[in-house]
Design a protein. Structure first.
Lengths: 315, 275
C-alpha cells in the first residue's frame, strides 16, 4: 500500500476498523498455520541438536546428529552393509524412484492431455478414464497393484506373453524390482493429476495460432513441437518441479508395498520412511529431525537453482 | 487429407490404449472381487467369476472395525471440510478485498509454507499433539488440517476474480466488512464452497501419512489405514477380500468424481496458477 502513510492510517478510524476486521478474519488461519508450520519447523531445527527419547530431559549434543547423518551417507556410498545405513538406502532408492517417475509421468501426462484436448472420437470418455486414478487414494491403488505384482499376478502374465523368458518373479520381494513396481504404481496414479494441468495449458493456447499453422502446412507433429511445446513450457517446468518434490517425499507406497520395515534388505526403504522409523520406532526424534533437515536442504537447494536458471516464465 | 486420417487413427489408437491401461486395474479388481482366491490366482487370468461369490464383501463387512474406520474417516472429512470452508473463506476474503498494513506480508508468509514438507514437521507435530493429549485421537487430524494454506489461496483467488462492484456498493452503505462478508461474499461463494468441501473430503478419505503418525489403536484408524492394517494382519493368504475393500474404498471417490468433476478439475487448475 504505497499511497497510505502508516501514521495517517492508524489515526483514521475507518482504516483502523478495516485493520481490525481484516486481522480478525485471518487470525485463525494465520495462527494455526504459523504454529504447525514455522513454529514446528523451528522446533524441528532445535531438536536436531539434541539427544532425546520423548520422555527424559533433552540432552544437547551439538552437531552429533548431523555428523551421524552425513557419516551414514558417506559409509553407505563406500559400500557399508545395508542394515548399517538405512538413510543411505532410502536416499539411493528414492533417487532411483524419482529418476524413473518424473520423466515418464510428465511425458505421459502431456500425451494424455494431447489426446484429451484433441477432437478425436471418444475423447471425453478417454479423458474421464484417464483422470479417475489421480483422485483415488494412493493406498487403495497400492493395494490393488500388490495383487497385480504378485508372482501369479496380472503383470507377470502380460510380461510373459510379450516376452516369454521373463519368468515369474515376486516383484514386492525382489530387491531389484520393488522400486520399479512402486514407480509404476506412482506413474499410473499421478500422471492424471499432471494431465489436468496440461489440458488446461493446452486449452489456453489461442485457436487461431494453431489454425494459422495448419494453413501454413504444418502437420500435427510440427505444430506440437514448434507451437504447443514452447507455449506450455511453464507448465512443464511446474510439473517437473512439483513432480520431483513430490516423488522425493514418497512414503505411503513404500509403507504399503514394502512394509513399514522397508522391505527385503531395505530395498523398498525411502528417506521419509527412514525418518518416520527413526522418530517413532527407534524413538530418536533428534536424529530424525536432523535427517529431515539434511534431506530438506538436499531437496530444495537444487530446486531453487533450477528455478533461477529455467524458471523465467514460471509464476 | 489422407495424411490427416492417418494421424487421427494414430491418436485414436493411443486413446484406446491408454483407456485400457487406466481402466483395466479397476475392471480386473471388480471381476476378481466376486471370485474365490483360488480362481483369482490362476494363470492365465480368468475373466468370469465361477463360482460367482459375495463372500469377499461379506468377509470385509464382518470385520468388527470396518464400520468404525468408515465413521472415523467421515468424521475427519466432515470436520475438516467445515473448518476449511469457514476459516478459509474468512481469510481468503480478507486477503483479497480488505486493505491493511501487513496483509501482503502475512499472505506471502502463509504461501511460503506450501514449500514446507510434512516430513520436516512431523516430529514437532507429534510432540505438540502429545502435549495437547490428542495422540491416538481422530480429532487430532481435523485440528492439524483446520485451515489449509491451499484453501486460503483458492478462496483469495476466487474473491479476487469477482467484480469489485459487488462489494463497493455495500461499502458505500457503510456496512462493516464482517457484514459484507456474511451477506454478500458468502452467498456468492457457492462454487468455492463446493470445491473446498470436495477437496477436503477427498483429502481426508485419501489421507495416510498423518493418520499413520497420529493414530495408534486400530479402532481409531481411518479407512485406508485400516484396510492396510487388515491386509497385513488378517488375510495374507487370501487377497480377494482386500480387493473388495479397495473397491468399497473407491466408491466415495467415484461418486465425487462423477458429481463434482468440474469442481475437482477447476481446483487443480487454480492451485497451479498461483498469483
Amino acid at each position: 500500500m504505497p499511497h497510505l502513510n502508516k501514521k495517517r492510517f492508524f489515526s483514521s478510524k475507518k482504516y483502523r476498523r478495516e485493520f481490525l476486521e481484516g486481522m480478525f478474519l485471518i487470525s485463525i488461519a494465520v495462527l494455526v498455520n504459523f504454529v504447525f508450520g514455522y513454529f514446528a519447523f523451528a522446533y524441528a531445527f532445535y531438536l536436531s541438536f539434541f539427544r532425546w527419547d520423548y520422555i527424559t530431559e533433552p540432552l544437547f549434543s551439538g552437531l552429533d546428529n548431523y555428523l551421524k547423518a552425513i557419516d551414514e551417507l558417506v559409509k553407505g556410498f563406500f559400500g557399508a552393509k545395508w542394515y548399517e545405513v538405512p538413510f543411505f538406502m532410502g536416499l539411493r532408492n528414492i533417487l532411483l524412484y524419482t529418476i524413473i517417475v518424473v520423466p515418464i509421468q510428465t511425458i505421459l501426462a502431456m500425451a494424455l492431455a494431447a489426446i484429451a484436448s484433441s477432437r478425436i472420437r471418444g475423447s471425453s470418455v478417454f479423458t474421464t478414464s484417464y483422470l479417475l486414478p489421480g483422485f483415488t487414494c494412493s493406498v487403495i491403488i497400492a493395494l490393488i497393484f500388490i495383487y497385480f505384482f504378485s508372482q501369479r499376478g496380472f503383470i507377470n502374465y502380460i510380461l510373459n506373453s510379450i516376452y516369454p523368458d521373463f519368468g515369474y518373479p515376486d516383484w514386492l520381494y525382489s530387491k531389484i524390482l520393488i522400486i520399479p513396481a512402486m514407480a509404476i504404481v506412482a506413474i499410473w496414479g499421478t500422471s492424471s493429476n499432471f494431465a489436468i494441468l496440461f489440458i488446461a495449458a493446452m486449452q489456453a493456447i489461442p485457436r487461431d495460432v494453431l489454425e494459422q499453422a495448419r494453413l501454413d502446412g504444418a502437420g500435427p507433429v510440427r505444430r506440437f513441437i514448434h507451437i504447443i511445446l514452447p507455449l506450455i513450457k511453464p507448465t512443464i517446468i511446474y510439473a517437473v518441479i512439483v513432480g520431483t518434490v513430490g516423488a522425493l517425499q514418497m512414503f505411503d507406497l513404500s509403507f504399503v508395498m514394502a512394509g513399514p520395515q522397508g522391505g527385503v534388505e531395505y530395498s523398498g526403504m525411502t528417506v521419509v520412511l527412514d525418518i518416520y522409523r527413526t522418530a517413532f520406532a527407534q524413538l530418536d526424534p533428534g536424529y530424525a529431525s536432523a535427517k529431515a533437515i539434511v534431506f530438506f536442504a538436499l531437496m530444495y537447494i537444487p530446486t531453487v537453482l533450477f528455478l533461477k536458471k529455467y524458471g523465467g516464465g514460471f509464476r | 487429407m489422407r495424411k490427416r486420417v492417418y494421424y487421427e487413427l494414430i491418436a485414436f489408437s493411443a486413446g484406446v490404449f491408454f483407456f485400457v491401461v487406466y481402466t483395466i486395474p479397476f475392471l480386473r479388481s471388480l471381476i476378481v472381487s466376486f471370485m474365490t482366491w483360488e480362481q483369482a490366482s490362476r494363470i492365465p487370468p480368468e475373466w468370469l467369476p465361477n463360482p460367482f461369490i459375495l463372500e469377499n464383501y461379506l468377509r470385509l463387512f464382518r470385520i468388527e472395525l470396518f464400520p468404525r474406520w468408515v465413521l472415523n474417516t467421515l468424521l475427519y472429512g466432515g470436520l475438516v471440510s467445515i473448518s476449511n470452508v469457514l476459516l478459509g473463506l474468512m481469510a481468503g476474503y480478507s486477503f483479497a478485498l480488505l486493505k491493511y498494513p501487513g496483509r501482503d506480508l502475512l499472505f506471502n508468509a502463509l504461501l511460503a509454507l506450501i514449500m514446507l514438507p510434512m516430513f520436516v514437521t512431523m516430529v514437532p507435530l507429534y510432540v505438540i499433539l502429545t502435549q495437547l493429549n490428542l495422540l491416538d485421537n481422530i480429532i487430532a487430524l481435523p485440528i492439524l488440517g483446520l485451515v489449509n494454506v491451499n484453501t486460503v489461496f483458492m478462496a483469495r483467488q476466487y474473491f479476487l476474480s469477482l467484480p469489485r462492484e459487488f462489494f463497493e456498493a455495500a461499502k458505500l452503505d457503510g456496512a462493516s466488512h464482517l457484514r459484507t462478508f456474511v451477506e454478500i461474499a458468502l452467498p456468492l461463494a457457492k462454487p468455492l464452497i463446493i470445491t473446498i468441501t470436495v477437496y477436503q473430503f477427498l483429502g481426508a478419505w485419501n489421507s495416510f501419512f498423518l493418520p499413520v503418525i497420529v493414530l495408534k489403536s486400530p479402532e481409531n484408524f481411518v479407512y485406508a489405514q485400516g484396510l492396510n492394517y487388515a491386509f497385513s494382519r488378517v488375510w495374507y493368504v487370501e487377497y480377494t477380500p482386500i480387493i473388495a475393500g479397495t473397491l468399497v474404498g473407491s466408491i466415495p471417490t467415484l461418486l465425487f468424481f462423477i458429481v463434482f468433476r468440474k469442481f475437482l478439475i477447476g481446483g487443480i487448475v487454480i492451485r497451479t496458477y498461483r498469483r
